[in-house]
Design a binder for this molecule. Structure first.
Ligand code: HEC
Length: 449
């Protein structure tokens, strides 16, 4: 088998050329001129009033007391949370919130110089954030609210309580199949936003066993619920690419998995899911399915004490497809995860690698339009998970015990959630040609500059 340790051939060119020239790090960075724009772009999504982070960073007065801690956290890339290895695989994402090397250097220089404020005239206008208490996608479809709203059962999180994972199941009430074109998720209240760390939504429905969307069955013979959507701070929802959608069946149910954390006071909340359907008779051409890939069952995970252990799982694409996203899922001992494509000819391409997994941050990495890998039928997606069951892993509760597969955070998992858009072989050829044309065009434009 020939192994090429690089991303898709065509994409390498695009990535290299699209990288902007390194901007200079300012000689004397000030908050108003240099730092505030970075914080607006990369931090405020979480660090503003009533959001998930412990402090707001929108003004100089708010940010100044945290200067040392900010330098430490950005220098080792713990903040913003973004754990993709920047040296291998695809690097273009729709939701990249990481800092550039220059931005990190600018912040460090600012802190080292005593974190000066600078001229107030340089301060950018406050960043306008969408009102998260309204349905923001509705106007896009000429509606005032989603076609279907499903709510989780309420949860009360006490002040000072440890993190909790709340997993109720609710009916969708659907009596016929419908194609989904957009999904919006939100905590039910402003207070709820302070405790809602993360929401994973799964769609429980009975697919035909030969369907491309059929999931592995569990011990009772029922198909496992496939992930529908995941929500995290800074992500509102998902609008499907043109002519593609998810299919919901009659009798489907939503299985919630909500990560609540301490909000400093007793807070009760109900999460809300809003679904927008394609009008009847306007079915999209491409079906999107969120798959669980990797080691998916009890026998698959076997981690001895005081050991770093790799676990692998394989997923065959039964049709040509575009891979839309990568979201590693492990627990407290999760260390790293990679996703590789083994092409029908035997070549291996590394698509993504998360080098520094952190259980607190279940990021879904969404590939940019021109970077989402197009893969032929028969491609195998290979998921490798590394668990660190040694004392070196800070979040490891006990390196001296054996760990196996299980639902509790002290057990382990070793899979990724991967969103896949399926297409026919003919459409695959069309998509590949269109991608090549676009990338060539970009290259030419770049060369003319
Ligand atoms: C996706 C949400 C998110 C983004 C984006 C984000 N943070 Fe955070 N940040 C958090 C949360 C939640 C915490 C508290 C939990 C933790 O420490 O992981 C935190 C903690 C911190 C801390 C430590 C505070 C302490 O208690 O010592 C610092 C410093 C920090 N963030 C700075 C930043 C900076 C600077 C940026 C942007 C360059 C940023 N963060 C972007 C969510 C975020």
């Amino acid at each position: 088998m020939r192994t090429t340790w690089k991303p898709l051939g065509v994409l390498v060119v695009a990535v290299a050329i699209a990288t902007p020239a390194l901007a200079d790090v300012p000689a004397k960075p000030t908050f108003t001129k240099d730092i505030a724009p970075i914080f607006q772009e990369k931090c405020e999504a979480c660090h503003r009033t009533d959001s998930i982070a412990p402090m707001s960073l929108t003004t100089y007065e708010e940010a100044r007391p945290w200067a040392r801690s900010i330098k430490a956290r950005v220098a080792d890339r713990q903040m913003p949370p973004w754990h993709i290895d920047k040296t291998v695989g695809i690097q273009e994402f729709k939701n990249d919130r990481s800092l550039s090397d220059d931005q990190i250097a600018t912040i460090a220089k600012w802190v080292d110089a005593g974190a000066p404020k600078g001229d107030v005239k340089d301060m950018p206008a406050p960043k306008a954030w969408p009102n998260e208490q309204v349905w923001n996608f509705a106007p896009l479809f000429g509606q005032t609210e989603p076609d279907l709203i499903v709510k989780s059962t309420p949860w009360t999180h006490k002040a000072g309580q440890n993190d909790a994972w709340w997993k109720p199941m609710t009916e969708t009430g659907l009596t016929e199949p419908r194609w989904v074109r957009a999904i919006e998720v939100r905590p039910g209240s402003i207070k709820g936003r302070k405790i809602t760390h993360h929401i994973v939504l799964r769609l429980q429905q009975e697919e035909a066993p030969d369907s491309i969307a059929a999931n592995p069955v569990d011990a009772t013979g029922a198909q496992q619920a496939g992930t529908f959507m995941e929500w995290a701070v800074g992500k509102q929802g998902e609008i499907m690419r043109p002519n593609s959608g998810k299919l919901m069946l009659a009798g489907s149910k939503i299985v919630w998995d909500i990560h609540y954390s301490n909000g400093g006071e007793d807070i009760t909340d109900t999460a809300e899911l809003g679904i927008y359907f394609y009008p009847k008779g306007q079915e999209p051409k491409f079906r999107q399915v969120l798959h669980l890939m990797g080691a998916t069952n009890a026998g698959g995970v076997d981690i001895p004490p005081n050991t770093v252990k790799a676990t692998q799982g394989f997923f065959v694409l039964r049709q040509a497809a575009r891979v839309e996203s990568f979201q590693p899922h492990m627990h407290l001992r999760g260390k790293a995860m990679s996703m590789e494509a083994v092409l029908p000819g035997g070549q291996i391409q590394i698509l993504s690698h998360v080098a520094d997994f952190n259980f607190n941050w279940h990021n879904s990495y969404l590939y940019a339009d021109d970077a989402a890998p197009l893969l032929p039928k028969g491609t195998i997606l290979k998921i490798t998970a590394w668990h660190d069951n040694t004392a070196a892993k800070k979040s490891n509760p006990d390196p001296n015990v054996w760990v196996g597969y299980g639902d509790r955070t002290v057990d382990e998992m070793a899979h990724a959630w991967v969103n896949v858009t399926y297409m026919s072989d003919e459409d695959y050829v069309v998509e590949v040609e269109a991608r090549k044309m676009k990338l060539n065009l970009n290259t030419q434009q770049q060369q003319q500059q």
